[in-house]
Ligand binder design. Structure first.
Ligand code: URA
Length: 214
C-alpha cells in the first residue's frame, strides 16, 4: 500500500471515523469521546469488553484505566502486547448513572448493546475476521457467544460464533479488581488461563483449512 497501511487498517480507520459522530443511542449525550477500539486489525485474536469507563471516555482509548492495567499485566504473562491484538467493547460510549451527585459506570442496557453491536461491533469484526474472540465479562459473552451466558459455569470453554471461528469468555478485569485475597488471586489466574487458552487456540486454528472458498 502506498501509505503503508493494510486494507483492514484503512477499513477500520474509516469505520472509526464514522463512529466518532454516532448519535444512534442516548449514550452519545453524556460521552466525552467515542471509544471505537484499537490495536492490530490484522490480528487473529480480538478482545471484546463491556464498555468504556471514566478514563476510557476521557482518552478515547479502550481499557486504559485500572481494569486496563490489570488486563495488560495478564496479557503480558501470556507473552501478548496490546498492540499485537485488537481490543474493543460491546458499546463505544460510556454508560453512566448518577449517584450522590457523581457519575458512576453501569452495564450497558440491552437496547444500547444491540444498537452498538449492529452498527459498529459487527462491521468491525467482519473487517477483522478474527480466528478467536475472547469476551471479557458477561455483556460481551451475551453479545458474541449466546444470550444467557453463565460466566461462572461456562468461562474458559470454546464456542462456535458467527463472528469468529471460536469464541471464549473470561472474567472481566474490573470484576477481578473487586475481589480480595485468595479470591482475587484465583480470579486473576483464571483470566490468565483464558487468555492463554485463546492464544493456543489461535495457533491451532491457523493450521485448520480455510472455512471459505474465496
Ligand atoms: N472496561 C471495559 O469493559 N472496557 C473498557 O474499555 C474499559 C473498562
Amino acid at each position: 500500500m502506498a501509505d503503508g497501511s493494510s486494507d483492514k487498517e484503512r477499513e477500520i480507520a474509516a469505520l472509526a471515523e464514522k463512529a466518532s459522530v454516532c448519535v444512534a443511542c442516548d449514550l452519545c449525550e453524556s460521552r466525552t469521546n467515542v471509544v471505537f477500539g484499537e490495536g492490530n486489525p490484522n490480528s487473529p485474536l480480538v478482545l471484546v469488553g463491556e464498555g468504556p469507563g471514566e478514563t476510557e471516555d476521557r482518552t478515547g482509548r479502550p481499557f486504559v484505566g485500572r481494569a486496563g492495567q490489570l488486563l495488560d499485566e495478564c496479557l503480558r504473562e501470556c507473552g501478548i502486547l496490546r498492540r499485537h491484538i485488537f481490543i474493543t467493547n460491546v458499546v463505544r460510549c460510556r454508560p453512566t448513572l448518577e449517584e450522590g451527585g457523581r457519575l458512576k459506570n453501569r452495564p450497558p442496557r440491552t437496547d444500547e448493546a444491540s444498537t452498538c453491536l449492529s452498527l459498529w461491533l459487527e462491521p468491525t469484526l467482519s473487517v477483522i475476521q478474527p480466528l478467536v474472540i475472547l469476551c471479557l465479562g458477561s455483556p460481551a459473552a451475551n453479545a458474541i457467544i449466546k444470550k444467557g451466558f453463565r460466566m461462572m459455569q461456562e468461562r474458559g470453554q470454546f464456542f462456535d460464533s458467527k463472528y469468529a471461528h471460536y469464541a471464549i469468555a473470561g472474567l472481566h478485569p474490573a470484576y477481578i479488581l473487586r475481589q480480595q485475597g485468595e479470591a482475587y488471586d484465583a480470579a486473576r489466574a483464571s483470566l490468565i488461563a483464558d487468555i492463554e487458552a485463546a492464544r493456543k487456540k489461535v495457533i491451532e486454528a491457523k493450521k485448520e483449512p480455510p472455512r471459505t472458498l474465496f
